[in-house]
Design a protein around this ligand. Structure first.
Ligand code: GLC
Length: 423
């Protein structure tokens, strides 16, 4: 059993004892990201819902690394705990949590469901049941210092090799000019889910597949994958600090947004933060699809999406569904778009106000179109173990413990064993 007291819990919103029509006001618990803009957006929207409906929201903070939330959810749901009403979900978890989530098809009006992209609804659908509502979509993106590329007359790189060369060139010039802390490229190298994403991007964009393909066949061990990981290994200590081996999204963002890196791989939220009024990089950043390993390949930014689901063990499913509808509705998705969270409601992509303040959507539409999915559908409830095997193996390559070839052979053998036990 999870002791929820150990999780920071904050009571929010008006707490009226009784509704106008005599119905008891509900207290709904909601899991939000642990910090930063994600927490702020989640918390303020929940407060607005509470005020509008007269209910109360209890915010449970998720662990700093999203991947650590899945086992917490699994424990809470396995014990049928009513402490979890609304869950923030990564698209890769819906399969694993499916037996515990309410089918929203009977709870949300059809026209409200149909307003979302079909692909986003597909993430939320298992055996024809709609187990979550889409909240935002995302893909790995390349951020770059527009001002520095201009200063040195370098084009925006379109291949990883070009990025490697440009990063080294500008980093060395800037250091020689007195910026001792300058690096070429920062990304997510810690052994966690984020590294599975980064590795998938290097490998898939080099024609090396996605470790496990859509049919569930294991494709990890191949020369294109090995070449991609070997190039990434060569960055450590050269264009990427040793510390990148322990960076998550926020670690990379910290270095980039203090002006100490030419390039950064991150999700779209980093556009919002780097262009905020108080950011030293306002106006100096460009964003585009990630490079490719080889001509002819797709840029393959890792596809990531946020969804909201309702626990079957909630004491007040209707109130929980009402909160989910509020958070995933057009008004709230529009507000989030202003902080660079890409909507899942199709009509918002032609909303003039969004397009004006969020013109970056046009720059990244190719990245979204060419994104690559992690093998979570094919590996179902075993996805977390599959991903752990991938990120641990890749981390061994990056830290110089194993060659890419040896590591990929071991990853493939371990995945075969996992698959034999059934996934
Ligand atoms: C982001 C993505 C999610 C991914 C995670 C990895 O939160 O939306 O899909 O699993 O990053 O760190």
């Amino acid at each position: 059993m999870i002791n929820l007291r150990s999780v920071y819990v904050a009571a929010l919103g008006a707490s009226c004892a009784v509704f106008a029509f005599g119905a008891q006001a509900a207290e709904v618990s909601l899991f939000c990201s642990s910090s930063g803009v994600e927490l702020e957006l989640c918390q303020s929207a929940a407060e607005a819902w509470a005020k509008e409906t007269g209910n109360t929201v209890k915010i449970n903070k998720m662990p700093a690394n999203w991947g650590d939330a899945l086992p917490i959810y699994q424990q809470l749901l396995a014990s049928k705990s009513s402490d979890a009403d609304v869950l923030s979900l990564d698209n890769i978890w819906v399969g694993a949590l499916a037996p515990h989530l309410v089918n929203l098809k009977d709870k949300v009006p059809a026209e409200e469901i149909d307003a979302h992209f079909k692909s986003a609804l597909a993430d939320a659908t298992v055996n024809d049941q709609l187990l979550a509502m889409p909240w935002y979509i995302d893909a790995g993106l390349m951020f770059y210092r527009k001002d520095l590329l201009e200063k040195y007359g370098k084009p925006v790189p379109t291949t990883w090799q070009e990025l490697t060369d440009t990063a080294a060139f500008i980093q060395d010039k800037e250091r020689a000019g007195g910026k001792a802390d300058m690096w070429g490229h920062v990304w997510q190298g810690r052994a966690y889910e984020g590294l599975t994403c980064d590795a998938l991007e290097w490998v898939a964009s080099n024609g090396g597949g996605t470790f496990v393909d859509a049919k569930g066949d294991i494709t990890a061990n191949n020369p294109n994958a090995a070449a991609a990981l070997t190039l990434a290994r060569s960055w450590i200590g050269k264009i990427s600090p040793e510390g990148v081996l322990n960076y998550d999204e926020e670690g990379a963002r910290g270095v980039f947004e203090t002006g100490n890196s030419v390039f950064m791989r991150n999700w779209s939220y980093a556009w919002g933060t780097s262009q905020a009024d108080n950011s030293p990089l306002k106006g100096k950043v460009g964003v585009t699809a990630l490079p490719v390993g080889k001509a002819g390949e797709k840029s393959s930014g890792c596809y990531g999406a946020g969804l909201l689901g309702v626990s079957k063990y909630s004491k007040d499913v209707d109130a929980a569904v009402s909160l989910v509808r509020y958070l995933t509705g057009a008004k709230e998705q529009k507000r989030r778009a202003m902080s660079a969270y890409s909507p899942t409601i199709e009509a918002l992509y032609s909303d003039p106000e969004i397009l004006k303040s969020y013109s970056f959507l046009t720059d990244v539409s190719k990245a979204y179109a060419d994104s690559a999915s992690r093998p979570s559908q094919a590996t179902g409830g075993s996805y977390n173990r599959v991903s752990q095997r991938i990120f641990n193996g890749v981390h061994n390559v990056l830290s110089g413990k194993e060659t890419a070839e040896d590591s990929l052979a071991k990853i493939a053998a371990d995945l075969e064993r996992l698959k034999k036990r059934g996934w």
